[in-house]
Design a protein around this ligand. Structure first.
Ligand code: C5P
Length: 315
């Protein structure tokens, strides 16, 4: 019953946050449409789990190729093959960076997966008991790539792993427009990384994907969402559902270990990391919670959700 009480409180909290955010929107106080999102409202009927899985399946893993302009003209050495040569995995672990991973002792379980995906600058050294040590993929936002303090070009954290980099473009931007107006100046650093790293498997997510994912979140939500792209966590979840038979996502839907701590690897407290301040994070998590097929004990005590991959879903 403790688990059930926690679950009810958490789901209520998602709705409280989402309602608060949508009120700001409707009151006209939210004038921000930074990315010029032109959203045509989607289906009015509630979507079933199957509908949502199919909507996610329709969004293809689309990355920039060396033949896409302006990247071709500027001679970006983007690898020819798809990420990890398109390998399909049996089991995948998506490790959020949430503070709640601290003390979880989930490391061995995480490492037992065929593929492990991590985010941004989240370390494994000194935290292996809780988060494991294996890394197959990293999803990086453009701040990590472009800001000198993250040392993207030098840090061994970014070597020997496959990398997906994202940065938002305006809703209807072309790649040319994105190249000229990225949120953070990632392109010169990415180009240098490709030149300096032999066999680099590092790709740029086509920013259209972000808005397709955002539209799925908005279509399932009874609330008006903030018009900002989904978090790295949701991108990682969607990517893994495309590439894996089973996906386990760790401390994305918070367990009873959840606290005010933002990241397991830093002391900073900030509840917005868990419930959202810029990304539509509460909606991402509310949606992820509906897609799981494991028990409440797994989810709220052990700290992971388990979702069937998209390959077997018939649409
Ligand atoms: O903060 P950062 O974006 O590097 O964290 C990686 C991802 O982990 C986030 O995009 C978010 O989806 C997830 N996260 C979370 N709860 C936290 C911190 C991070 O769900 N407290």
């Amino acid at each position: 019953t403790r688990t059930r009480e926690f679950k009810e409180l958490l789901l209520k909290e998602f709705h409280r946050v989402l309602m608060g955010e949508s009120k700001v929107f409707r009151s006209g106080l939210d004038m921000h449409n930074t990315y010029d999102v032109k959203y045509k409202s989607g289906p009015k009927n509630a979507l079933s789990k199957h509908d949502v899985m199919c909507a996610l399946k329709r969004i293809k893993v689309n990355t920039v190729t060396k033949r896409d302009e302006p990247f071709a003209r500027y001679d970006f050495q983007i690898p020819e093959g798809p990420l990890q040569d398109g390998t399909f995995y049996n089991t995948c672990a998506v490790v959020s960076s949430a503070g709640a991973l601290l003390g979880s002792r989930l490391g061995d379980f995480i490492d037992s997966h065929d593929m492990v995906l991590r985010f941004n600058n989240a370390p494994t050294d000194n935290y292996t008991d809780d988060v494991g040590s294996k890394t197959t993929f990293r999803i990086l936002n453009s701040q990590v790539v472009s800001k000198p303090e993250y040392k993207f070009l030098e840090d061994p954290l970014y070597k020997g792993v496959s990398i997906i980099i994202w940065d938002p473009a305006n809703y209807s931007s072309t790649l040319e427009e994105w190249y000229n107006h990225p949120d953070f100046p990632l392109f010169p650093v990415y180009k240098k990384f490709l030149e300096e790293t032999p066999n680099a498997d590092a790709h740029l997510l086509n920013p259209q994907v972000l808005w397709s994912l955002w539209a799925v979140l908005q279509n399932v939500s009874p609330y008006r969402l903030r018009r900002n792209p989904p978090s790295s966590g949701f991108i990682g979840l969607w990517f893994s559902l495309n590439r894996c038979r089973r996906v386990r996502v760790f401390e994305y839907v918070p367990s009873t270990r959840a606290s005010r701590r933002c990241h397991y690897y830093a002391h900073r407290d900030d509840v917005a990391c868990t419930f959202g301040a810029w990304h539509p994070l509460a909606q991402e998590k509310a949606l992820a919670e509906t897609l799981r097929d494991n028990s409440d004990i797994d989810t709220f005590q052990r700290g992971f959700i388990d979702i069937t991959g998209l390959a077997t879903i018939q649409c």
